[in-house]
Design a protein around this ligand. Structure first.
Ligand code: ADP
Ligand code: MG
Length: 515
């Protein structure tokens, strides 16, 4: 490429006259240049233009180097460096133009725009874009910015006689209110009132303000939710910190991995660490992390809200604390079961929404759920009687109803059934306690009847056997109705006489409803 070709190429690349007046590397004092076609084509002019462009675009190169192409009239544009730089410049300029197009496309007519300024290659070359963009920081000509509201003097009015205007003047107030809308959060759409001389009454403004604040809080909550969510097989930063602390303190040796991710919790396996004075840490532990997103827990309200043990606290707590209560509930329930000798995980420690317990299984392999294991008919029968026994113990000794009992929450380990997942378990006096028990009975009966255990009671018989009640209805609908009637009776009793029916006490025989 010869020197003329390159020099001529540069002005060609610019978009005509606009380029000549605005491009900083070509910002020659064009006043003296006549722009006849012959002139433009002349090699001489091309060289001059090029020199001026170079001076503007590469000032530091000009200052630092003593190369032949910058020192005098005889510019040697055959320099490879120069060509490369010119081409690069051209390329960067195209890149910037593309950026500007994208910027425009994204911003559209939006009042608040984003800028790709920092991504531009050729920073000095900006000028031809600034005219058609609204720079949100440059408020000199911002048509959306309200005029500075005229201040009312201290005495509270301006003007004299019948031209007097007080600060309570409807028009002044209305305009002020309109101007104050710009203090709302940017995502709050206030519409486009330009040129309308909008006057908002105090009433409308206050309603808008209230709405803007609640919207702001809502979006903050959404954001927070994201932060706190326990993603699939991962935990949020706060939970991670809790787990790190457990390992750092030596309580846990290592956390090896995830055993299960459910809608409400994530369970990890860990090797136990050093025992402390008051605690023996099992060799293998299960860590149940209750998810701190609220979605799944919303529909569990009914379990805890009506549980009198948590009743007084429930109303005072924020949702995040309620989730901790699920973990707490699981801990208390497991402890009760442990004390009654029911096979279940042993509680190690509870920290906020993280419950550490003994691991049911071995060498990182969790015991299979009852639904996943194939038992011999003998083991199946054994398991059935064990469960019947455990349900009675749970009801009579622990004063609990599992409330999510099924083959999914029973593990088969060491030749026996272990009960897990008791965060939702409630006391029988819970307003829906007996319904939950009936549901548990249905699950158990169906599983063992299908599994070929001929001795398995049907759900109604099982319910009576567990609860000690004697509901005689011989079909499900009537049975259910009687259960609900009993719950209602109990609820009325609670309303009238205090917390619970004496026959529901945890010690002694199962409650007798038939008075
Ligand atoms: P979810 O509420 O998510 O159902 P679970 O308490 O049932 O929580 O635990 C989910 C799964 O994690 C269980 O099905 C079981 O496989 C495993 N798991 C939970 N606790 C233990 C434990 N202590 N030992 C071994 N595995 C466990
Ligand atoms: Mg479960």
């Amino acid at each position: 490429m010869d020197s003329v070709g390159v020099a001529a190429a540069a002005p060609d690349a610019g978009p005509g006259p606009a380029w000549q007046s605005k491009c900083p590397w070509g910002a020659p004092s064009t006043t003296s240049i006549s722009c006849s076609l012959a002139d433009v084509m002349s090699e001489q002019l091309a060289k001059e233009l090029q020199l001026e462009e170079e001076n503007a675009a590469f000032p530091e190169v000009v200052a630092a180097a003593e190369g032949p192409f910058i020192t005098g009239e005889n510019i040697d544009t055959s320099s490879d460096l120069m060509l490369a730089q010119m081409l690069q410049m051209e390329f960067d300029r195209e890149y910037d133009a593309q950026l500007r197009r994208e910027e425009k496309k994204i911003n559209g007519d939006s009042k608040v725009s984003i800028s790709f300024e920092n991504y531009r290659k050729v920073h000095p070359y900006d000028s031809d874009s600034s005219e058609d963009e609204v720079d949100w920081q440059d408020t000199r000509h911002d048509p959306y910015r309200a005029d500075k509201p005229t201040t009312t003097p201290r005495r509270g009015f301006i003007g004299k006689g019948k031209d007097i205007t007080t600060k309570h003047d409807e028009v002044v107030c209305g305009r002020k209110n309109t101007a104050r809308m710009e203090n709302f959060a940017p995502e709050f759409q206030v519409g486009d009132g330009i040129g309308m001389d909008l006057k908002l009454s105090n009433q409308v403004f206050n309603a808008l303000k209230q709405h803007a604040y609640s919207e702001e809080r809502r979006s903050a909550r959404l954001h927070e939710k994201k932060e706190h969510s326990t993603a699939e097989k991962a935990v949020d930063p706060k939970t991670r910190l809790l787990l790190y602390k457990m390992v750092n303190s030596g309580m846990l040796e290592t956390i090896t991995g995830c055993i299960s991710t459910g809608k409400e919790s994530v369970v990890f396996h860990a090797y136990g660490g050093n025992a402390t004075e008051d605690k023996v840490i099992p060799p293998e532990c299960a860590i149940k992390v209750f998810k701190t997103t609220l979605n799944e827990f919303k529909n569990r309200d009914k379990y805890i809200k009506d549980d009198y043990r948590f009743k007084d606290r429930f109303s005072k707590l924020n949702p995040r604390k309620i989730i901790r209560m699920w973990a707490e509930k699981e801990m208390h329930n497991l402890t009760r079961m442990q004390n009654a000798g029911i096979p279940c995980p042993q509680v190690v420690i509870l920290k906020k929404h993280v419950l550490v317990m003994s691991f049911i299984g071995q060498d990182q392999i969790p015991a299979p759920k009852l639904k996943d294991v194939t038992l011999s008919s003998e083991d199946m029968k054994k398991a059935y009687y064990q469960i019947l026994n455990m349900m009675q113990q749970l009801y009579r000794e622990c004063n609990l109803v599992h409330a999510d009992l099924s083959e999914y929450n029973m593990l088969w380990h060491d030749g026996k059934v272990w009960l897990i997942d008791v965060s939702q378990s409630v006391e029988p006096t819970h307003p829906h306690g007996l319904e939950f028990l009936f549901r548990d009975c249905k699950n158990v009966s169906q599983f063992f009847q299908k599994g070929g255990v001929a001795e398995a009671l049907n759900e109604r018989e099982l319910f009576n056997a567990v609860s000690g009640l004697n509901i005689t209805a011989d079909n499900e609908v009537d049975f259910q109705a009687e259960i609900e009637a009993l719950e209602k009776m109990n609820e009325d009793h609670v309303q009238n006489h205090g917390k619970k029916l004496s026959t529901f006490s945890s010690d002694g025989d199962p409650p007798i409803y038939d008075e």
